[in-house]
Design a protein around this ligand. Structure first.
Ligand code: AHN
Ligand code: ZN
Length: 324
C-alpha cells in the first residue's frame, strides 16, 4: 500500500515538473541590460579624437577602422562595404559603410543604424570664417555611433531573442552648404545609406524594422515623432515612445509630432522597404529647426550630455530585449 502511494506521489511529481518546466521556459523574460552612458561617452570621445571624419581624410580612415574593430571586439560579424561615390562636381569620394551582425543565422532581425561621417563644413556657424571648416560632429555623428557601440557591448553579454544588425552609414552629411557656393564641391544627404539600401551587404537583406539614431547625445535634447517615421512606420514609433515611458525617459520623448527630416531612414524605407524610424534631436523653436550647435564648430565634446545618451540608449535596449 505504501509503495502504491509512493508511486502515485512520484507520478504526480513527474507530471507537475514536466508541465511546469516548459511553461516556465516560455514565460521567462530576458532581463533588459543597463545601458552604461560613461562607456558610450568614452566611445564618443574616441571618435572625436581622430578629428573630423570627412571621407578622404586619415581621420576618417582611422575612425572607420576603429568602429569596425570595436564591433568585432563585441562579437559581431563585420562587413566593411567600400564604394566610390561622386559629388556634384563629379569629384570622387571613397566611402565605407560598416555593418556588424549578431546571430546572423536568425531570420528575426532588427536593424539599428547611424551615420559615422562628420560634416565637411560648419555652414551654420555664427562666424562666416568657419563655414569651410569641417566640424567635430560630436553629437552629429559620433554620439549616435557610440550609443550603438554600447548596445553592441551589451548584446555580447546577453543576447536578445532577435538578431541585430548595426550599420554605420558613411557620407550622410554632404548636403548642399547653407551659404552661397560658387563650385559644386558638395553632394547629397544620405549618400552612404542610399548606396547600402540599393546594394545591401546580404542579398535581399530584410529586417522587421529599423531604428535610426541621429544626434542622440546633445545637451537639452528632445526627440519628437519625426513626420515620415509616423507616416510609414507608426507601429515602431509607438513601440519606441512606449519604451521611453517604461524606462522613465518620457521627458526626452514628448508625445508630439515633429517635422519631416531628410535622413538615412528614408533610403532604408524607399529601397529596402523596411519600416524605419528616425530618433533625431530637433528644435521646433529655432529658425533652422535644430539645436544651436548644429552644423557649427560648437558641435564638439562640450555639447555632449551623458544623460541624453542614457535616455536614448536605455530606451532602445528596452525595445530590443522585449522583442520575441
Ligand atoms: C536636412 O537638413 C535636410 N537634413 C538633416 C540631416 C542631417 C544632417 N542629420 C544630421 N546632419
Ligand atoms: Zn549633420
Amino acid at each position: 500500500m505504501s509503495k502504491y502511494i509512493t508511486f502515485i506521489l512520484f507520478c504526480m511529481l513527474m507530471s507537475f515538473s514536466c508541465k511546469q518546466a516548459p511553461q516556465a521556459n516560455n514565460t521567462v523574460e530576458i532581463k533588459v541590460p543597463a545601458f552604461n552612458a560613461d562607456s558610450a561617452y568614452s566611445y564618443t570621445e574616441k571618435q572625436v579624437s581622430f578629428g573630423p571624419r570627412v571621407p578622404g581624410t586619415t581621420a576618417h580612415d582611422s575612425c572607420g577602422n576603429y568602429l569596425a574593430g570595436e564591433l568585432r571586439r563585441f562579437g559581431a560579424a563585420v562587413t566593411e562595404q567600400k564604394a566610390t561615390l561622386h559629388l556634384l562636381d563629379n569629384s570622387p569620394i571613397a566611402i565605407k559603410n560598416i555593418i556588424g551582425s549578431f546571430q546572423p543565422e536568425n531570420k528575426n532581425r532588427i536593424l539599428l543604424c547611424a551615420h559615422w561621417d562628420s560634416r565637411p563644413y560648419a555652414d551654420h556657424d555664427q562666424d562666416s570664417k568657419n563655414w569651410y571648416t569641417p566640424i567635430d560632429g560630436a553629437n552629429d555623428g559620433a554620439g549616435s555611433c557610440a550609443a550603438l557601440l554600447e548596445i553592441a557591448r551589451q548584446v555580447q553579454t546577453s543576447q536578445p531573442a532577435v538578431g541585430i544588425d548595426i550599420i554605420f552609414f558613411d557620407a550622410e552629411d554632404w548636403g548642399k552648404p547653407d551659404f552661397p557656393v560658387k563650385d559644386k564641391h558638395y553632394g547629397n544627404w544620405c549618400m552612404g545609406s542610399e548606396y547600402w539600401a540599393k546594394n545591401p551587404h546580404v542579398l535581399n537583406y530584410n529586417a522587421r524594422y529599423g531604428i535610426l539614431l541621429d544626434m542622440v547625445s546633445g545637451t537639452n535634447a528632445l526627440f519628437f515623432k519625426e513626420e515620415e517615421s509616423t507616416r510609414q512606420a507608426s507601429h515602431v514609433v509607438k513601440k519606441v515612445w512606449e519604451a521611453a515611458q517604461a524606462t522613465g525617459y518620457e521627458a526626452y520623448f514628448p508625445n508630439r509630432p515633429g517635422s519631416g527630416i531628410v535622413d538615412d531612414h528614408l533610403q532604408v524605407m524607399k529601397y529596402r522597404k523596411i519600416p524605419c524610424i528616425d530618433i533625431i534631436q530637433t528644435n521646433p523653436e529655432s529658425e533652422q529647426g535644430f539645436a544651436s550647435y548644429w552644423h557649427t564648430l560648437d558641435d564638439s565634446m562640450k555639447s555632449v550630455d551623458k544623460k541624453t545618451l542614457q535616455a536614448v540608449g536605455q530606451t532602445v535596449l528596452y525595445v530590443l530585449y522585449k522583442e520575441k
